[in-house]
Design a protein around this ligand. Structure first.
Ligand code: MN
Length: 306
């Protein structure tokens, strides 16, 4: 079984793995869960071999007790000793921009549109500033495309997880294997994208200017909090704090465009309080029990001093 992240980098990594090793059963965790709940866990461990792509799953060690585990990833992580193979350049202190570039190196896979989609998926417009831009540029030239076209392909592929369409994420692996045009011409994904963009705009318009930062309390079942927070920070050039109330959890995102901002202490604080949290220097995302968002937002504001 190939267990992969639901975003474009995860989808294209699964596609590359299939091209290299042949077809396999595909699986993505419940969208929004960067771990396996008990239902997902029992399904996964019923298989003999589990290949984990583009996810730093906290459950990897537990899966080892039931199946052979192979991990190919680029997130911050620590070595999973029980895995048959844990290949992540981060373990040697090197950060790769995407899981597709990790697979490219590991399996001597020739850079192509799948690798490029993974890079643009995770890096967005920042792809232009990294060494691997060369790969993206060659793909654009070869296919006669502009950067905006490949960015649109990423947005189309990502629209499935944003709308919580888990089965469609799996279908997208097969779609992208047919080529870039198959993605760009998919009318179903285009309809998704229109819905996603409308929903993002709707919430962005409701944000409140609180002087040093923008604040938004939203309630949507779509997985767009990251996109909404990024858009707020980008449009207004200010920090943004967003809470999303879901039925079973609160989600919180903090992002700042200031170069001296550091979200790592916030991530540590969230984890210290027992929450699942992740991110990098400029952004933190955390999942909290229902109705704990406001309380945690207050703590965040105390730390950052906005
Ligand atoms: Mn990735």
């Amino acid at each position: 079984m190939i267990l992969h992240h639901w975003d474009t980098d995860g989808i294209t990594s699964a596609a590359i793995f299939i091209r290299v090793h042949g077809d396999d059963e595909l699986f993505t965790p419940k969208i929004g869960n960067f771990y396996l709940d008990s239902e997902d866990f029992s399904h996964v461990v019923s298989r003999e071999r589990v290949i984990i792509l583009d996810m730093n799953l906290p459950d990897a060690e537990r899966i080892c007790n039931h199946a052979d585990v192979y991990i190919y990833d680029h997130h911050r992580s620590t070595l999973v000793k029980c895995a048959r193979e844990h290949y992540n350049p981060f373990l040697e202190g090197k950060y790769y921009p995407s899981c597709t570039t990790v697979l490219m190196r590991r399996f001597r896979y020739n850079p192509d549109y799948l690798v490029a989609l993974g890079i643009v998926g995770d890096m967005g417009p920042k792809s232009r500033e990294i060494e691997e831009w060369e790969i993206v540029e060659k793909v654009l030239l070869k296919h006669g495309l502009e950067f905006s076209d490949i960015q649109r392909a990423v947005d189309l592929l990502d629209s499935s997880f944003k709308l919580d369409k888990r089965e469609e994420v799996i279908e997208n692996v097969h779609l992208v294997l047919q080529g870039l045009d198959a993605v760009l011409e998919s009318s179903g994904l285009q309809r998704n994208l229109d819905v996603v963009n409308r929903e993002i705009e709707r919430w962005v318009d409701k944000a409140e200017d609180r002087g040093n930062y923008y604040f938004l309390r939203m309630s949507t079942r779509y997985h767009i909090i990251s996109a909404v927070t990024r858009r707020l920070a980008w449009i207004h050039g200010k920090s943004a704090l967003v809470i999303n109330r879901r039925e079973d959890r609160d989600e919180i995102y903090v992002r700042s465009p200031d170069s001296d901002f550091n979200a790592i202490p916030l991530i540590d604080m969230a984890r210290g309080m027992g929450y699942r949290a992740g991110g990098k220097k400029e952004v933190m995302g955390a999942i909290l029990p229902p109705n704990e968002g406001e309380m945690f937002a207050t703590k965040i504001l105390e730390v950052v001093g906005w």
